[in-house]
Design a protein around this ligand. Structure first.
Ligand code: HEC
Length: 160
């Protein structure tokens, strides 16, 4: 008798969870890639070698540019909400597609922040790397990015 009741309760929990999962799918976050002026993007504004440009594209662009590659799991709630939040917050903090819109002082500051985050291994975010192993930076990659931030900072501060 009691087993029957337990079974019934479990079935209801299962059905409610399934309905809940279906219902949250209707709450879709915006997955935008706003248009931007290519001439203001970092590729046109900064000086770097192709390997560094590729590293930044592969490891940072999904959250720090208007060229996000929205993955399949960004279509499934509740993960979609987390991904969209990361991208919105990432773009707010640093947007490589709008690099040229930053005044020089801000670009210099962002370069210092990139140095800090990359040298501490805090970027790319760990949970992102689980799904994007190709975005993992090796020690040598990190070193190249770090010395690039210094070169670019010097170039900007020496420029008239
Ligand atoms: C999965 C998304 C994601 C990826 C990939 C990613 N970031 Fe971030 N990044 C964020 C978020 C979210 C923030 C804001 C919250 C924080 O500071 O942790 C941030 C913050 C930053 C900041 C701080 C800016 C400030 O205003 O303090 C820098 C610098 C940065 N990221 C650099 C990078 C670099 C360089 C890469 C690539 C090597 C990278 N990020 C890859 C999501 C990401």
């Amino acid at each position: 008798m009691r087993r029957e009741k337990l079974k019934k309760t479990l079935r209801w929990i299962g059905i409610s969870a399934a309905i809940g999962f279906i219902l949250i799918q209707f709450v879709t976050p915006e997955r935008t890639n706003p248009a931007f002026d290519q001439s203001l993007a970092i590729a046109a504004q900064a000086e770097f070698t192709p390997p560094i440009s590729t590293m930044i594209k592969t490891s940072c662009f999904d959250c720090h540019s208007n060229e996000t590659r929205w993955p399949w799991y960004s279509y499934i709630a509740p993960v979609s909400w987390l991904v969209a939040d990361d991208v919105a917050s990432g773009r707010r903090h640093l947007n490589y597609s709008e690099w040229g819109k930053y005044p020089k002082s801000k670009r210099v500051m962002k370069l210092a922040q990139i140095y800090e985050k990359v040298s501490r291994g805090e970027m790319p975010i760990k949970k992102y790397l689980l799904m994007h192993p190709d975005a993992q930076l090796s020690a040598a990659d990190r070193d190249s990015i770090l010395s690039w931030t210094e070169r670019e900072r010097d170039r900007l501060t020496e420029e008239k």
